[in-house]
Structures are given as C-alpha cells and as structure tokens.
Design a protein around this ligand. Structure first.
Ligand code: SAM
Length: 287
C-alpha cells in the first residue's frame, strides 16, 4: 500500500535497511537456482519511477555485486545508490556517449567484470538509452541479463483499467506540428490500446489533440505514478481535456488510449466463443 509517508524520490525519507539486510544475507536464493552473478555479463537493472521502495531484491543485490554501474546521470544514480547504502563506481552512459562507451564496456566484460546498466528511472532501453550498447554486447558474445522491474508504460496500463492484451507503445510524439499530426493520424487507425509518454510542456496541447483524433475512445492520463501526487484521470477526450485545462501541468505523464469500439466488440465476441458480427464466412454455420 502506498502512503503519503512513503519513500518518495522527491524528498520523502525511508529506511531500506530491511531490503538491504535481506539481500545481504549470504546465499539468499529464493529461486532455487544459482543466483550468483556471472563474470563478463551486463545486467539491465530497472530502478524506481518515483517510489524508492519499487526496486526488486534482485536489483539491489545485482547493484551491490557488480564491479561498475553504467548510468544516464551519475548524480541521479548516485543518490539512489546512496539511499540503498551501496558504494559503487559509476560511469555515465547516455544518448550522447552511448556509442563511444561500447569499447570501454567490451574491454571490461572481456576482463571478466560484471556490469549493470540503469537509466534515470524505470527500465533501461524503454525510451531511454541502452539498445545500442546491449546489441553491441550480445553481438560480441557476452551475456546480457534483464533484471526487470518498474516501467512507467506498464504501470500506466495497469492503472488505466483499459484492455492490455495487445498494446502499441509510443515513447513521445514528434514535437513539430506536421510530423505530430501525421503520427496522431497514423495512431488513430490503430485499433488496440496505445500508450504514449508525454512531457508536461505538451500535455495540454495533447489534450486538445485527443478530442480530434481519439474522440470516441476511453482514455486515461496517468500523472506522477508511484509518487506523492499520483493521479489517474479516466474519461473521454473532452472530459480529459477539461480536467487538464483546469490544472497546471506538472510532473510526468503517460497517456493511455483505449482500444476502438470495434476491437472491444471483437474481444467480447471471442470471449463468448462467437465470431464477431460480419466476420462469419459464407457457409459457416457456427453459432
Ligand atoms: N525508462 C522509463 C520507463 O521504463 O518507463 C521511461 C523513461 S522516459 C525518458 C520518461 C517518461 O516516462 C516521462 O516523460 C513520462 O512520460 C514517463 N514517466 C516516467 N516516470 C513516470 C511517473 N512516475 N509517472 C508518470 N509517467 C512517468
């Protein structure tokens, strides 16, 4: 349960000693498999998107055991490690130097080091740097292991209550008007649920666009998930637009656009074991 006294990244205090103690116990092995880190491996470690309690026991152990942590911003990750009482060398790896880090990383893996890659928040590689480095590492024959955990897209999908059997992910729409309108037009033709990251500077603009492109779909705007001012606004495009114009855009946002009525109908028919209306082939006498 989340409380307002929780360990929020934006200033709350918490003692994670219990987690640390659990993972520090020698040979803790909840899975029954050998949990020790392998030499020459890159671990992709998901970190909290707000609430600092949202980090797995395995993530903490991996961060404690690796020789080096690659991160977007050394100050940001330094604060997280401090909070976890972990002292570890950090090396920046962000979108401006990811390519040039490849050689360093491969050299270190060759000498048998275990490395972790984290982003500022959530899962590395999900609208964050990582893909280029990860590919170079596995192409060079080294082991890459995910250490899964928080991801804003998944948290928003879950909170939205909208269908998540199939979904389309958009890590930010283009900023320039022409390309943005084209992207929205293309998205409006996708029948499944859509998850879009948006910055607070453009969330009002987006709310106006919703009424044009997604007028007939259920929506959810998820703000500051897992943080003190977490908010999920559910409704139709006009309802969402009205709510968003009432408040000052602040914090981090994910928009979830529900599936089209047709996709909803098809799924309902499948669930009932009947073919969707109009999709029964001629001569097919199934009910
Ligand atoms: N790698 C991250 C992940 O796994 O979700 C995403 C990084 S991306 C650069 C940052 C965007 O994710 C934000 O602009 C926002 O759209 C979304 N985001 C991250 N944290 C969030 C939160 N606590 N609440 C709502 N959205 C969040």
């Amino acid at each position: 349960m989340r409380t307002d006294q929780g360990p929020f990244e934006d200033g709350g205090e918490s003692d994670l000693a219990a987690i640390g103690a659990m993972t520090q116990q020698e040979n803790i092995d909840p899975t029954g498999v050998d949990a020790s880190l392998r030499s020459g491996s890159l671990y992709l470690v998901a970190t909290p998107i707000g609430n600092l309690e949202d980090i797995t026991l395995r993530a903490v152990r991996v961060l404690r055991e690796v020789e080096l942590v690659l991160c977007e911003d050394t100050r940001h990750t330094g604060r997280l490690l401090n909070h976890l009482k972990i002292k570890k060398p950090l090396l920046s790896c962000h979108r401006f130097n990811e390519r040039s880090r490849v050689k360093t990383v491969l050299n270190r893996l060759q000498s048998g080091e275990r490395l972790a890659l984290v982003s500022d928040a959530g899962s590395p590689g999900i609208r964050d740097p990582g893909a280029r480095l990860i590919r170079a590492v596995w192409e060079a024959g080294y082991r890459v292991e995910p250490v899964p955990g928080p991801c804003a897209a998944v948290a928003a999908l879950t909170a939205s209550g909208l269908a998540a059997d199939e979904f389309h992910f958009v890590g930010y729409l283009p900023v320039k008007s022409g390309r943005r309108a084209k992207a929205l037009e293309r998205l409006s033709r996708i029948r499944e649920t859509i998850v879009i990251y948006e910055s607070p500077h453009r969330i009002r603009k987006l709310s106006g666009e919703l009424t044009v492109w997604f007028a007939d779909r259920d929506l959810a705007v998820c703000r500051e998930l897992t943080k003190r001012y977490e908010e999920v606004i559910r409704g139709t495009a006009p309802e969402i637009a009205r709510r968003l114009t009432e408040q000052k855009p602040r914090g981090e946002y994910v928009l979830v656009v529900g599936e089209t009525a047709k996709a909803k109908g098809n799924r309902a028919s499948e669930a009932n074991g009947t073919a969707p209306a109009g999709e029964i082939a001629e001569g097919d006498d199934r009910p």
